[in-house]
Design a protein around this ligand. Structure first.
Ligand SMILES: Nc1ncnc2c1ncn2[C@@H]1O[C@H](COP(=O)(O)OP(=O)(O)OP(=O)(O)O)[C@@H](O)[C@H]1O
Ligand SMILES: [Mg+2]
Length: 323
């Protein structure tokens, strides 16, 4: 009782609970010397962010295939994994090992399939190979960082990597519309974002929230990708819309009032295309040879063409030469 009275009294001593004066000019905030300055990433022409507020919809899969599509067309490309807590790029590109530092103490990216990459996953202690099985076990160490440490790590990933000249850097964003997304936008100029969703309402709602975030951050939204759009039977080729939810392909008027295509129209955002749900997309990702590379020599691959189709549109939208 005594302590409650005391705390109430303390609050009443001020004009209001935050201690701001009621009259006169409001106190100016001292300039915070530590506040980051939004700037371009050194030696990088364009930056695009692959994002969705929803987890597990295929952001990393789309990001890596997009980046590889660019790289295979001779566009100088980098892929930055900004998912500090669940980095996927080392697995997707089958890369590991600690990056070396250049003479300016900047991290030198690791490269595979002609694509430069950087990820928190490269900077963590590596698990040792099991001497009996010869396999590298999955790492059980959680990355349990808070606020400032995450911001600092992100700052270093954004500004302390020696990319060399790049035409485009693709950012693989973690799920959500929170701290990491805001930090990135505070620190670097993003030329455009690609929003990934799956057909379900539950994913689309979050994708639309992601759209709202980029709009508020003044980042142009290049368009939406509908991942896992349909399952094509490997035997007969029949397409089943497993996750379909009132969605159309834009040509069927009866379906146009709901779903991803309809939502794109409502928001005034381009629909960039469908990626099929295909076990091989997942297998390719797991073995570190994403579809765009794995199927390079295939005569016709709907999966690869789907990724290339999205990449071509994105390239043209940000002014990259698509050869
Ligand atoms: N079109 C697809 N067909 C089959 N499997 C897919 C497809 N797209 C993604 N996957 C698989 O779904 C899983 C999730 O994909 P991914 O890691 O790219 O999602 P994410 O949105 O980046 O997830 P997170 O939010 O955790 O970062 C992975 O196992 C991936 O291989
Ligand atoms: Mg991911």
């Amino acid at each position: 009782m005594r302590s409650r009275m005391f705390s109430t009294f303390r609050v009443l001593q001020h004009d209001n609970p935050l201690g701001l004066p009621r009259s006169g000019t409001p106190p100016s905030l001292k300039s915070r010397r530590g506040l980051p300055q939004k700037r371009k990433i050194r030696d990088v022409e364009k930056v695009i962010a692959v994002s969705s507020a929803k987890g597990g919809v295929g952001k990393s899969t789309v990001a890596v295939n997009l980046a590889l599509s660019f790289a295979r067309r001779g566009i100088r490309t980098g892929l930055l994994d900004t998912d500090i807590f669940g980095p996927s790029v080392p697995t997707l590109l089958n890369l590991s090992g600690e990056p070396r530092l250049d003479e300016n103490n900047c991290l030198i990216p690791l490269t595979n399939y002609g694509l430069k990459s950087m990820s928190m996953g490269y900077l963590l202690p590596q698990t040792q190979t099991d001497t009996q099985t010869g396999e590298v076990p999955m790492d059980t160490t959680p990355i349990s960082w808070r606020g400032l440490m995450v911001t600092k790590a992100m700052h270093q990933l954004l500004h302390s990597v020696s990319w060399g000249p790049l035409d485009v850097l693709v950012l693989d964003l973690p799920p959500g519309t929170g701290d990491v997304q805001l930090t990135i936008n505070q620190e670097v100029i993003i030329d455009g974002s690609v929003i990934v969703t799956t057909p379900q309402d539950i994913a689309l709602r979050d994708a639309v929230r992601g759209f709202g975030m980029f709009q508020r951050m003044d980042v142009p939204v290049l368009g939406m990708v509908r991942n896992m759009a349909y399952f094509a039977c490997p035997n007969c080729g029949h397409q089943t819309k497993i996750f379909s939810h009132g969605d159309g392909d834009g040509s069927n008027h009866s379906c146009e009032d709901r779903g991803v295509v309809a939502e794109c129209k409502r928001l005034g955002v381009d629909f960039l295309g469908d990626i099929p749900l295909d076990a091989r997309v997942c297998e390719d990702a797991d073995r570190g040879m994403p579809t765009v590379v794995a199927e390079e020599s295939a005569e016709r691959s709907a999966r690869r063409e789907a990724f290339l189709g999205v990449a071509e549109q994105v390239a043209r939208k940000i002014g990259l030469e698509w050869r």
